[in-house]
Write a protein that binds this ligand. Structure first.
Ligand SMILES: Cc1cc2nc3c(=O)[nH]c(=O)nc-3n(C[C@H](O)[C@H](O)[C@H](O)COP(=O)(O)OP(=O)(O)OC[C@H]3O[C@@H](n4cnc5c(N)ncnc54)[C@H](O)[C@@H]3O)c2cc1C
Length: 421
């Protein structure tokens, strides 16, 4: 490849205790956690709204936060953001969870929410919590001294600017900061999927008759493959999404498919009012960390657990998330959270969904502050101390063994159906 040498003076724009790159749900949780522990924090988001895939990506479903037997497992900031997501918009929380009568075979604790209203709510939230935020700003480079990150270069309407910090949290969803820093990452592959939200006359009638605006929504698909690859077009290569060409082609193909799918409709009887403005790609790049989260670890306890989590698809299954999935030894001031944590196979699917992404964000924020205060490398902090901090913030660190199903329970692990709005 031909190259050009660019000799550029970049203005030094600011210093913070912690810089968080990427304002998805993990980045929001991380930055609020830092601010609550009294450290200065800058959250840098390339879009103009918070929430990432959960909002601008239109993935507006908090998957179950319970074990499917009536016990809530994922709490802490996941519960806080769950409640915030429905504070001013519609919800689909099962009645039994609202009135405290959940049973061992009833619906799970989940909710749909209004993605645009959650975006607005998150702006207010982050401001009230004292987090400094820069929208429309892309982290494009890191300045490294060996494996230590001195700062990041940010591109926005001001041009390029340099921001330094003691600790960096990569919540870009794509491992941008980690890749730029030379940390080991793993690239993923994705099926052909994109959906937008809209309505037709029938769904509007349904909403009006029920008095529930949530019933107005209809999905309009481009690619229609599900999580497990059903409906992926024969012969179509999988999307990597880790380079500009792959993202561009993914967007083009899906937009054209979505358009083709509505061309035969009566154009006055339906509309699409929202399409995702970040790629609906589940996996682009994630950390190859000190530990790797795997579904094989169901029901295993870890001494360095930072949270107990449940399985969004299968009742009963419980896991613990080891701290090592967020860090890589040698890189003393970079930690990750959310869908870029180190995981493999179906385990990665369990870990990347919204509630665990929030919990790992909360843990990363608390870990970053602790590392600064104790002058420890982020990979070498006292995890017992972190666990105490998280427990004081209502995070469940270890699941109770009494929740492990008896082998005689015939529907242990049964799949559940979230239903459509
Ligand atoms: C099709 C699909 C369906 C899904 N369905 C569900 C579901 O039903 N329920 C569920 O719980 N989960 C679901 N998920 C998964 C879930 O939405 C995500 O894994 C989770 O929201 C990830 O959150 P995050 O904060 O880690 O990352 P993201 O949401 O990806 O947030 C990353 C943020 O960083 C920003 N960013 C990226 N690069 C940079 C940069 N260089 N500089 C600055 N900012 C940057 C992005 O704009 C974005 O706001 C689904 C995902 C997909 C793709």
């Amino acid at each position: 490849m031909k190259t050009i040498a660019l000799n550029q003076d970049i203005p030094v724009c600011g210093h913070y205790d912690v810089i968080v790159a990427g304002g998805g749900v993990a980045g929001v949780a991380a930055s609020v956690s830092v601010a609550r522990l009294g450290k200065s924090v800058l959250l840098i988001e390339k879009g103009i709204a918070l929430g990432g895939l959960a909002t601008i990506g239109l993935v507006n479903l908090f998957v179950p936060m319970c074990n499917g037997r009536g016990t809530q497992i994922i709490k802490g900031m996941a519960e806080e953001l769950f409640q915030l997501s429905i504070k001013y918009g519609f919800d689909t929380v099962p009645e039994c969870w609202k009135n405290g009568t959940q049973s061992s075979d009833g619906p799970r604790y989940l909710t749909r929410f209004s993605a645009p209203i959650f975006m607005l709510t998150l702006s207010e939230y982050i401001k009230n919590e004292g987090v400094s935020i820069m929208y429309d700003s892309l982290v494009s480079r890191t300045v490294m001294e060996d494996k230590h990150c001195c700062g990041v270069v940010v591109e926005n309407k001001n041009g390029s600017g340099f921001y330094s910090a003691e600790m960096f949290i990569d919540t870009t969803g794509d491992a941008d900061l980690m890749r730029l820093s030379g940390m080991p990452t793993v690239t993923g592959e994705n099926y052909h999927t994109m959906y937008g939200f809209g309505a037709d006359l029938e769904s509007c009638r349904r909403a009006a008759e029920s008095g529930d605006i949530g019933k107005m929504y209809k999905f309009f698909n481009g690619g229609n493959a599900d999580l497990y690859g059903h409906n992926h077009p024969d012969g179509m290569p999988l999307w990597k999404g880790a380079d500009a060409e792959s993202v561009t082609n993914y967007v083009l193909e899906n937009h054209i498919d979505m358009l083709n799918n509505i061309k035969g409709d009566n154009r006055c009887e339906r509309d699409i009012f929202c399409i995702p403005t970040i790629p609906q790609l589940r996996t682009t790049c994630h950390l190859d960390g000190d530990a790797t989260f795997s579904a094989d670890n169901a029901y295993k306890h870890f001494d360095d657990s930072i949270a107990a989590i449940c399985d969004f698809d299968r009742r009963d299954y419980l896991y613990e998330v080891p701290y090592g999935v967020l860090v890589k030894t040698g890189f003393d001031n970079i930690i990750t959270a959310g869908r870029t944590a180190s995981a493999e196979g179906y385990g990665w699917d369990v870990l990347r969904v919204i509630p665990p992404a929030i919990i790992t964000g909360q843990a990363a924020g608390c870990a970053a502050v602790q590392a600064i205060k104790d002058n420890d490398p982020i990979y070498g902090i006292d995890v017992k101390k972190l666990q105490n901090t998280l427990e004081s913030q209502d995070v469940l660190i270890h699941f109770d063994d009494s929740l492990i199903p008896d082998a005689s329970v015939t529907d242990a692990g049964a799949h559940f159906d979230t239903g459509e709005m």
